[in-house]
Design a protein around this ligand. Structure first.
Ligand code: ADP
Length: 189
């Protein structure tokens, strides 16, 4: 099973990816996690990516595409994978198409987790205020930028994959269990 999870920041992609990993025994490939790993390891790549990520902007298509291409070649993806946080631009989606064709594999589906962006901001702000660990205003500014970037650069992927007949949408405002069950249903149909 080769899947893409699509949805704005905070939609619950990571949570659902972990459930899908168990269900299908396939790894989650999160470009965000890989980039954070590179920052922690203080690699050249990590140092280049950090500033861009701290602002909530996107790392260049070339960098993330190279990361994904290498990761897909690892042995644990033999039965498939879940792409979480990639592709995030039309350029990345087109590069992914070429990449998969070269590797002789194809996607089974693109799961869109649909959420109401304003409700998400409220949810995350409330959580930040309650935890008292972060400055809520800073957080909100970066989050708003990430949502703007999502709307401008990533949301067009919904039509892109709809046109390929791969899009499967679920309501992401429901509970974790309900969203997970809905994903199971759309993948079975
Ligand atoms: P979230 O799921 O909370 O939106 P991620 O962990 O997926 O965030 O990504 C965090 C940051 O890493 C992004 O804001 C961006 O700067 C960078 N990043 C992750 N994936 C990509 C990608 N496919 N293209 C460009 N930048 C990316």
């Amino acid at each position: 099973m080769r899947l893409i999870l699509l949805g704005p920041p905070g939609a619950g992609k990571g949570t659902q990816a972990k459930i899908l990993m168990e269900r299908y025994a396939i790894p989650q490939l999160s470009t965000g996690d890989i980039l954070r790993g590179a920052i922690a390891a203080q690699t050249v790549l990590g140092m280049q990516a950090k500033e861009v990520m701290d602002r909530g902007d996107l790392v260049s298509d070339d960098i993330v595409c190279a990361i994904v291409s290498e990761r897909i070649d690892e042995a644990d993806t033999a039965n498939g994978f879940i792409l979480d946080g990639f592709p995030r631009t039309i350029g990345q989606a087109e590069a992914l198409d070429r990449m998969l064709e070269e590797k002789g594999i194809a996607l089974d589906g693109v799961v869109e987790i649909k959420v109401d962006a304003e409700a998400l901001i409220d949810r995350i702000k409330t959580r930040a205020a309650e935890s008292g660990q972060v400055r809520a205003d800073d957080n909100e500014e970066v989050l708003r930028n990430r949502l703007d970037v999502y709307r401008a650069q990533t949301a067009p992927l919904v039509d892109f994959y709809e046109n390929k007949g791969l899009l499967k949408s679920v309501d992401g405002m429901a509970s974790i269990e309900e969203v997970s069950a809905a994903i199971e249903r759309v993948l079975a149909s």
